[in-house]
Ligand binder design. Structure first.
Ligand code: AMP
Length: 594
């Protein structure tokens, strides 16, 4: 691997690079810097943000800029004002020891008069959003006759934002004979068209695989019931105490809703979407950048301008409709040589989308089990123990209390002391998880098989069925969906064939694949449904009643277990609600405080 010194960069730039702590060039820099220094023509670089592309074009650009000439010599176009400011800031850092080099960011939403004044003073490098630059060209403030380098950064994003016409218009203004560099995360027909129209035999560079997301990002997903999405999100956050991530939602309303819930549940989160004013968005972004926020809930559009390097997670609360958007989202983590993870909450109906994304990214996504309460408890506790380990104990004020405290605790040995401290913490924030039910991923085959009250499943299952009794019936709001969900919940992903279901008022019978009967009985017995203890056992033989009808009875021992009063009012309510939205299990409680 080459180092910066061997690349032909001048000492001033090398000094700046060293001060920035860049020890070795990143792959895109290794490829682009020598080509630009050798002035070897146009370049298309397929590279994600976070791969070091600003320095890749910025360092050689600064080296080749003539500080004596006060006309714009280089033009960098990018999609957002935030990126504009960031690129201009990075270039200013790179040019710290390069004499008087004026770099100006021009973008919409800020005073055009100030920008015109700055341009008049003389600027060598303009970093611009396309719309504002067109305005400035129109007013005669931006003169591009001396521009010899044009850089289109995040070209795919610019096209997504509808800047194609503006880009074409600007490129028409720049003299022929310039060199053009195009950076894009993905290659699309539109990008290829720009290359065809405005670039001269470009050298194509690909960092990582084409159209793939960053190398050091791993991709995984949780298969979830739509109703469990938010709960699963909380579990992800709780099982990663050091999480620093963006949660992507599809709409502004969803973004606001998820963020509000998280805030209400005590998480360090906020929302970023287009309904906020620019000032509000700036505040949220700044809070997130300096890590005052751990979780940012954002729409794709609003997050465009945000450039943060060390995200640990990208969470796709909803998968994007446009699969390429996924590449942008996941490319926000795993930057600058760090590893990152892109997690998606996927509903059964979205699995097709997921497959399309896997194809585009060329990686198989790992299906993850939803973190259990016990796993989360473990993670939170060890996180807390680590904090305890690293706690700074140099507070003079404590000293004077210590002798008395020590005396009070003298009776407790070390082990007992640890046990009590840990258990205090455990009780404080983990109560809900300790007692709450775990969330189970839906299993596709089983779910679809169960449609039509188990008949689908029955038709597909070739073995014998065994008939089981369950002490729940219609009065309990217990219908086929509830039975299926109960089975799903407590059999953790095993495919259990269910046959005919006979619902009675206060108890029911259902068929189950014979070889699963014992397993299911022990899985369901003593669990809770609507505050009732569930009891399941092998059904007794059917009997023929005096009126000639086949009758079935609940086992005698259950007859006295039903609470005396199961009033009509309550059962009606359950009947209505139970059918629509089955919520048989204990609700997850409030999030542990942090
Ligand atoms: P970029 O893709 O230009 O946004 O860069 C991503 C991050 O990588 C920025 O924070 C840069 O400061 C950092 N970076 C760029 N080049 C290097 C390098 N050679 N070594 C370490 N960090 C770098």
């Amino acid at each position: 691997m080459t180092n910066f010194e061997e690349m032909g960069l001048n000492p001033g730039i090398l000094k700046a690079v060293q001060e920035l702590g860049f020890e070795r060039p990143m792959p895109v820099q290794e490829k682009v810097i020598p080509l630009m220094l050798a002035d070897s023509g146009d370049i298309i670089a397929l590279a994600q943000t976070g791969t070091g592309k600003t320095a890749a074009f910025g360092l050689p650009l600064i080296q080749s800029t003539n500080v004596e000439n006060l006309n714009p010599q280089a033009l960098i176009l990018c999609p957002t004002r935030e990126l504009c400011l960031q690129i201009a800031g990075d270039l200013t850092d790179f040019a710290k020891y390069t004499g008087k080099l004026n770099i100006l960011a021009v973008y919409g939403g800020a005073s055009i008069d100030n920008q015109i004044r700055s341009l008049k003073k003389g600027v060598q490098i303009i970093v611009a959003t396309p719309g504002r630059l067109i305005d400035l060209i129109g007013r005669g403030a931006a003169k591009l006759f001396a521009v010899s380098t044009v850089i289109l950064d995040e070209a795919d994003e610019m096209l997504n934002m509808g800047f194609l016409d503006s880009i074409n218009e600007i490129l028409e203004e720049v003299p022929d004979g310039r060199r053009t560099l195009l950076f894009s995360a993905t290659m699309s027909p539109e990008i290829a068209a720009i290359a065809r129209n405005y670039m001269e035999k470009p050298t194509e560079i690909t960092i990582g695989t084409k159209n793939s997301s960053a190398e050091n990002v791993s991709h995984a997903y949780f298969l979830v019931h739509a109703k469990d999405k938010y709960k699963v999100l909380k579990r992800i956050a709780d099982s990663e105490p050091n999480i620093y991530g963006i949660i992507f939602c599809r709409t502004r309303a969803e973004t606001q809703d998820v963020a509000s819930k998280l805030i209400q549940d005590g998480y360090n989160a906020d929302a970023l979407h287009g309904d906020l004013s620019q000032a509000q968005r700036d505040t949220v972004m700044q809070k997130f950048r300096i890590r005052n926020l751990q979780l940012l809930v954002a729409t794709d559009v609003a997050a465009r301008g945000l450039d943060v390097d060390d995200l640990t997670h990208v969470i796709n609360y909803s998968l994007p409709d446009d699969t390429e958007v996924y590449t942008h989202r996941s490319g926000r983590t795993g930057r600058a040589g760090k590893t990152g993870i892109s997690l998606s909450l996927v509903h059964l109906r979205e699995r097709h989308n997921l497959q399309l994304i896997e194809k585009l990214v060329k990686k198989k996504f790992k299906a993850l089990p939803i973190p259990t309460g016990s796993e989360i408890c473990g993670k939170q506790l060890f996180h807390w123990v680590k904090k305890l380990e690293n706690a700074v104990t140099e507070h003079q004020e404590i000293e004077k209390f210590l002798p008395d405290i020590k005396e009070k605790l003298a009776e407790l040995d070390r082990e007992e002391l640890i046990r009590r401290v840990v258990s205090l913490e455990f009780d404080r924030f983990l109560d809900d998880y300790r007692h709450g039910e775990d969330i189970i991923s839906p299993t596709s085959d089983r779910e679809s098989g169960f449609e039509g009250q188990g008949r689908g499943s029955r038709e597909r299952y070739a073995g014998n069925f065994k008939r089981l009794f369950i002490n729940l019936g219609k009065t309990d709001g217990f219908y086929p969906e509830q039975l299926i969900e109960l089975v799903n919940t407590y059999t953790k992903g095993r495919k259990i064939p269910i046959g005919k279901i006979d619902l009675l008022k206060t108890f029911s019978f259902f068929e189950v694949g014979a070889e699963y009967a014992d397993f299911l009985i022990s899985a369901l017995n003593d669990k809770t449904f609507m505050d009732r203890r569930v009891a399941v056992e092998i059904a007794q033989e059917k009997t023929i009643s005096t009126d000639g009808e086949r009758r079935e009875k609940r086992p005698a021992k259950w007859s006295d277990r039903r609470p005396e009063k199961r009033g009509g009012e309550r059962s009606d309510k359950y009947r209505k609600e139970g059918r629509k939205e089955s919520k048989p299990y204990k609700k997850e409680g409030r999030k542990p405080g942090r």
